[in-house]
Design a protein around this ligand. Structure first.
Ligand code: OSB
Ligand code: MG
Length: 369
């Protein structure tokens, strides 16, 4: 491919329901969309999953915008690029900033797949067209609200429920949910809200048959997670801590987790996500696809990634309607009554881009060429 222009757009999309984690509450997303255009006029789309503030990780919408515009776009422009798998290397002089990099890298994968006339999931080497889906449910105003929300998601068919926890919204809540729904696949995500001083709490959670506890300790820690994993029965799952396949290898080597959540933005795009998946598959560690409240474009990339063979557990990939009044792709992502999504068979991400809707939500646009 030979990219002649990189377009950046920031769209603002209000969430249908606010989403609350241990690090804050989101009501409206500020999402950067990247469109790469090839000399033959074909295009690819990617999404930057950075949040509205530097709370999940260091990147946020504003920093990602500057990094994309000032440093990253140029690195892929006006040169012969062998394939999407080589785009990461072109951006390597820039350290970190993986979410910004992933926005460009994933757009190049969409373009590459379209040029080959292949659905992206096949181009990535996916082996399962139907992916199992779960939901991530934020901290609610009352325990009753949470129970009602869980009941609705189960009725919609979702295969597993993940609830967010934080100090003050943890053991009692998990006990209530487990008593109310004795047989569901249930897990919790702490988003780094605890320390090793909280081992007693995690031991208490052991009795509730959780599938896993996601990112209990610091966002940049691996060593203390291995200490915690030794002291509890429930599987630890790492999210924030795994930013590369090297991180995954280190975590596996010291037994810091028994599951890994893979996010395209957090690791820097499809090529890096595939490497994480390979390390985990070789180490017999199941992975699943995490979510970052994506619009349809990021969601479509997640669906493609989740078809890789190591993604054996239900991911946080769910229907567009759980997030948006109206998504920016056609058709919106929908989930079957058994809680699965079927990867589309059209070339690239396989969904149509609703450009007029994107323009209607756009608050700024920059063309780098
Ligand atoms: O930790 O997985 C997380 C959303 C924003 C930031 C971090 C996380 C999440 C989610 C939401 O859990 C998953 C989704 O439904 O997109
Ligand atoms: Mg998480």
């Amino acid at each position: 491919m030979f990219i002649t222009s990189v377009e950046l757009r920031e769209i603002r999309l209000p969430l249908v329901h606010p989403f609350e984690t241990s690090f804050g509450r989101t009501t409206e997303r500020r999402i950067i969309l990247v469109r790469v255009i090839d000399k033959n006029g074909q295009e690819g789309w990617g999404e930057c999953t950075a949040g509205e503030g530097p709370f999940y990780c260091e990147e946020w919408t504003e920093s990602a915008w500057s990094t994309l515009k000032t440093f990253l776009a140029q690195r892929v422009l006006k040169k012969e690029i062998e394939n999407a798998a080589s785009v990461w290397e072109l951006m390597q002089p820039v350290r970190g900033n993986r979410m910004a990099k992933a926005a460009i890298e994933t757009a190049c994968w969409d373009l590459d797949a379209k040029q080959l006339g292949l659905p992206l999931w096949q181009h990535l080497g996916g082996e399962r067209r139907e992916i199992p889906c779960g939901v991530s449910i934020g901290i609610q105003n009352t325990p009753q609200d949470l129970l009602e929300k869980i009941a609705r998601e189960l009725a919609a068919g979702y295969q597993r429920i993940k609830i967010k926890i934080k100090p003050g919204w943890d053991a009692e809540i998990v006990e209530l949910v487990r008593k109310t729904f004795p047989d569901i696949q249930l897990m919790v995500d702490a988003n780094s809200a605890y320390t090793l001083f909280d081992v007693a709490l995690f031991r208490e959670l052991d009795q509730f048959r959780l599938m896993m506890i996601e990112q209990p300790l610091a966002h940049d820690d691996i060593v203390n997670h291995s200490e915690l994993q030794k002291q509890i029965k429930t599987a630890v799952c790492l999210d924030e801590s795994i930013r590369s396949s090297a991180d995954a290898a280190h975590a596996l080597a010291i037994g810091a987790c028994r599951v890994i959540n893979v996010k395209l933005g957090r690791v820097g795009g499809h090529a890096q996500a595939k490497k994480v998946e390979e390390v985990c598959r070789a180490g017999n560690i199941p992975v699943w696809c995490g979510g970052m409240l994506e619009s349809g474009i990021g969601r479509a990339h997640n669906i493609a990634m989740a078809t890789l063979s190591g993604f054996t557990l239900p991911g946080d990939v769910s229907a567009s309607s759980r997030y948006w009044e109206e998504d920016i792709i056609d058709p919106p992502v929908s989930v079957s009554a058994n809680g699965t999504i079927i990867a589309p068979d059209q070339p690239g991400i396989g969904f149509d881009i609703a450009l007029s809707r994107i323009e209607a939500h756009a608050v700024r646009k920059e063309i780098v060429n």
